[in-house]
Design a protein around this ligand. Structure first.
Ligand code: 26V
Length: 812
């Protein structure tokens, strides 16, 4: 396709006319986006149908990655990159008077996820296709994705994310592949022809799951996998029949709406499980549609069901799709007529589970009553799984009531989704070494002692194609000029960059690229916020969800402290800094929203004060998203990864920054530990309590934030400014809750405890940054050692250890 740009230009202008009815001269960027999307789809479709045919013919094992979230971002630029069309199309468009980057801006940023877990799923899809593995995503086509964040007077306001109001050119609606999903109703066991017992489900409510397929294009190969997003629709005949039995003229529409709301919006709270009925409906909707569709695909191979685990792997991204386990049991027994033992063997050997958090408040449990009424048959199966599991425990550990009670799936009036996931799967993995160790030794110790062979680690990764090759083209070019292009296929080759460790000219060029990216970001910030920032200052960046444990508060308090220093000593020699934040708070997370307000208050004071604002600025970029991250990360000097040790399962932003030559300022938490192991002490700024120290404090209860407050003058002075008359409090009580959180409620996340060590490390950074040669060297070592964090490595580990699959034959 398009071997040269003239051919592309011809095809493009024909397409413009055919689908938009426009001549080149009058075409807008939106027209161009549609025409280009349509041209690319034609090309993609050829490989897509070939890939599907190949998967059918070869009967090879298919991985289905079940996830409630896929944080895809924009696809145009990445698809062009993977299809090797970037140069031809960019040049062709230039000649036609269009700018590719402006056309890219016409695409909605598909934000069907909250944060790390959803973005990981998106990176995994890219790696699966790029390595030629048969792996697909199953998710929900939310009508509204992650909310649109606006900041008004420093407060977060949430607006619906109307991402589908612009055409999403990549999806294909597939009504021919629809699946019926059932909720509610009654279940009876009937005697079927004497024996065995058969299950009859009646009076249920039926929702139609319509797939919208998105092609996932592999890098420089011919693989096109599928992200299948399910949308809920009512079957109007069915709904009409139901409605006619009910009174009230609105009942048809009401009923229709109640079914379609299932895929309406993404739940934006990733910190507290609220036990919402609609959320459980969403989870079962995804699971039931996905499992039925995976079984249907398998049946097309015309093989005995016993072979299902050799041809399908069902992976659950956290416990949100854990109902895959009882749903597969239901399909195998009630629809395919298998007995319990065989169905259980098949289920356990096909399902695997990733845990993404140890925060107890985020662990999913569902009230028994809710599960029983909404999913009566599934509830029966969960109970049976639980009873059989407890029975085997009893045989192994007779009399150990406590052990059995703490392992049970159904207990204390709730269904424990993590327990169900562990019992019903053959593999459980954590997402970084430290996280997996904490699961094994603490949070899930009792399960680990029971099933040690099921537990394993898979340190997260990120796709270097989006996060380096797409987001940072000048850096990619420089790398290739120095070490060739092999690193693009095998990112471990980035290590070869180490030969430049003492090469002045190379380090200088590296510094120039960072500078160029900072200037671009400064320009963007001016347009986005009106603020002028100094591109030669340290760009110190903290972008991620707003959470107590991620400690944006620690960062804000440090900025207040620096401000105080400058005010008290105007000659204080400070390396200029620009502090950049981006963060969304869950709409119901009061504390997190207060921290957003605090950051804005601090920004206001600092940015308006001419005594300091030549040396520091504070920027909050609203509506943080994948596309914003792509602009910010290449321009970063200091990557803030400052979670309370033990709390951040892995982090993936940390890896993106490292790969773009930012230096991590971090606690020994999650994958920061592995970054530290790779680069060594001199190339990371590590500070604060270790996870063992934190966990020990939690265990023995000996931490007193009041004591730190009394003993540490810098901390006391800064904290007091939250409530006492100060430029930040203005005598108002706005930050009383934050103050109380730190002092009255004993500072759950050890902000005060780590304050001194954070300040001192920051001040070391200020000194080191002045030595450009030294700084660029640190930057180089980070890039060179970042190959391990390509999600290609992660996916290869999942493929060989968990899914037992090999790259398919269609790899070119
Ligand atoms: C949790 C919940 C619980 C309440 C219902 C809605 C909801 C939605 C999402 C979540 C996910 C929280 C878990 C999560 O995102 N973990 C992050 O996973 C990343 C990828 O493994 C990892 O890098 C981060 O450290 C971890 O916080």
């Amino acid at each position: 396709m398009f071997s040269d740009k003239e051919e592309f230009k011809r095809a493009f202008s024909e397409k413009l006319e055919a689908i938009q009815g426009k001549k080149m001269e009058s075409a807008t960027d939106v027209d161009a986006y549609r025409a280009l999307g349509s041209l690319m789809r034609e090309e993609i479709n050829r490989n897509w149908s070939q890939t599907n045919k190949h998967y059918m013919d070869s009967k090879e094992k298919q991985v289905y990655y079940f996830s409630m979230e896929f944080l895809m971002g924009r696809l145009l630029g990445n698809n062009l990159l993977n299809m090797q069309l970037l140069t031809v199309i960019k040049n062709g468009l230039d000649e036609l008077g269009f700018s590719l980057s402006e056309i890219e801006e016409e695409e909605s940023d598909a934000g069907l996820g909250n944060g790390g877990l959803g973005r990981l799923a998106a990176c995994f899809l890219d790696s699966l296709a790029s390595l030629g593995y048969a792996g697909h995503g199953y998710g929900i086509r939310y009508k509204y994705g992650m909310f649109d964040q606006r900041i008004i007077d420093g407060y977060q306001v949430e607006l619906p994310d109307q991402w589908l109001s612009r055409e999403f050119v990549w999806e294909v609606r597939r009504p021919d592949e629809a699946i019926e999903v059932r909720f509610g109703g009654k279940v009876e066991m009937v005697n079927h022809k004497g024996v065995p017992l058969k299950c009859k489900h009646f009076d249920y409510e039926q929702v139609r799951a319509i797939p919208y397929d998105v092609p996932i294009v592999g890098y420089e190969n011919e693989t096109v996998n599928t992200l299948r997003l399910w949308s809920a629709e009512s079957n109007d005949d069915d709904t009409l029949k139901k409605a006619s039995h009910q009174s009230g003229s609105d009942s048809f529409l009401e009923h229709k709406r109640s079914l379609e709301e299932i895929s309406e919006f993404l739940y934006p709270d990733d910190s507290h499980e609220e036990g919402r009925r609609l959320r459980l409906k969403q989870e079962y909707f995804l699971v039931s549609a996905g499992v039925q569709s995976a079984v249907r695909n398998f049946e097309r191979l015309e093989l005995p069901l016993a072979l299902f685990p050799e041809h399908a792997a069902l992976h659950i991204n956290d416990t949100h799709p854990a109902l895959v386990i009882p749903e597969l049991m239901r399909v195998l027994m009630d629809e395919k007529g298998l007995g319990w033992e065989e169905a259980w063997r098949i289920t356990q050997s096909s399902v695997s589970y990733t845990n993404h958090t140890t925060l107890s408040e985020a662990l999913e449990t569902w009230p028994v009553g809710l599960v029983r009424t909404l999913l009566p048959r599934i509830f029966m199966i969960i109970n049976e799984i639980n009873e059989r599991f407890c029975q085997t425990l009893w045989e192994k550990h007779p009399g150990e009531f406590d052990r059995i009670a703490s392992l049970a799936i159904v207990a204390d009036g709730v269904v424990k989704m993590a327990h169900l996931s562990i019992v019903g799967s053959h593999s459980i993995n954590g997402v970084a070494k430290l996280h997996t160790d904490i699961l094994k030794e603490r949070e899930m110790k009792i399960f680990y002692d029971t099933f040690p062979e099921r537990f394993n680690n898979k340190t997260n990764g990120i796709t270097h194609r989006r996060w380096l090759m797409h987001a940072n083209k000048p850096l990619s070019r420089l790398i290739s000029e120095s070490i060739g292009e092999q690193w693009m296929q095998k990112p471990d080759y980035l290590q070869d960059l180490l030969k430049n460790k003492n090469d002045k000219s190379f380090l200088h060029q590296l510094g120039n690229i960072k500078q160029q990216k900072k200037e671009e970001l400064a320009e963007f910030i001016r347009g986005y916020t009106g603020l002028v920032v100094d591109p030669s200052s340290i760009f110190d960046v903290h972008i991620k969800r707003l959470h107590g444990y991620k400690r944006q508060l620690l960062n804000a308090l440090h900025i207040m402290h620096l401000y105080n220093e400058l005010k008290e000593n105007p000659n204080f020699n400070m390396t200029p800094r620009t502090f950049i934040f981006g963060a969304k708070a869950a709409p119901s997370y009061h504390f997190a929203k207060r921290v957003i307000k605090l950051i804005h208050t601090v920004a206001d004071v600092v940015n308006r004060d001419p005594m300091v604002n030549d040396r520091m600025k504070v920027v909050f970029l609203e509506n943080y998203s994948v596309s914003l991250a792509e602009r910010i990360i290449p321009a970063t000097n200091v990557s803030e990864q400052i979670s309370t040790a033990s709390k951040e399962a892995s982090g993936t932003g940390n890896m993106k920054f490292m790969m773009n030559g930012a230096i991590t300022l971090g606690t020994m938490d999650g994958a920061n530990v592995e970054i530290h192991d790779l680069v060594g002490d001199d190339y990371i700024y590590a500070f604060g309590l270790s996870s063992d120290e934190v966990l020990e404090f939690y265990r023995n209860g000996s931490y007193s934030s009041r004591q730190v407050y009394n003993e540490d003058d810098r901390a006391r002075h800064t904290i007091d400014q939250l409530i006492h008359n100060s430029p930040f409090s203005k005598g108002e009580m706005e930050f009383r809750d934050i103050y109380d959180n730190l002092l009255m409620y004993n500072d759950e996340y050890f902000v005060l405890k780590d304050f001194a060590s954070y300040i001192d490390t920051q001040s070391q950074i200020s000194k080191d940054f002045l030595d450009a040669h030294l700084w660029n060297k640190k930057s180089l070592v980070n890039i060179a050692r970042s190959g391990k964090f390509s999600s290609d490595r992660t996916i290869q580990e999942y493929a060989s250890d968990i899914w037992k699959i090999q790259p398919s034959g269609i790899l070119k």
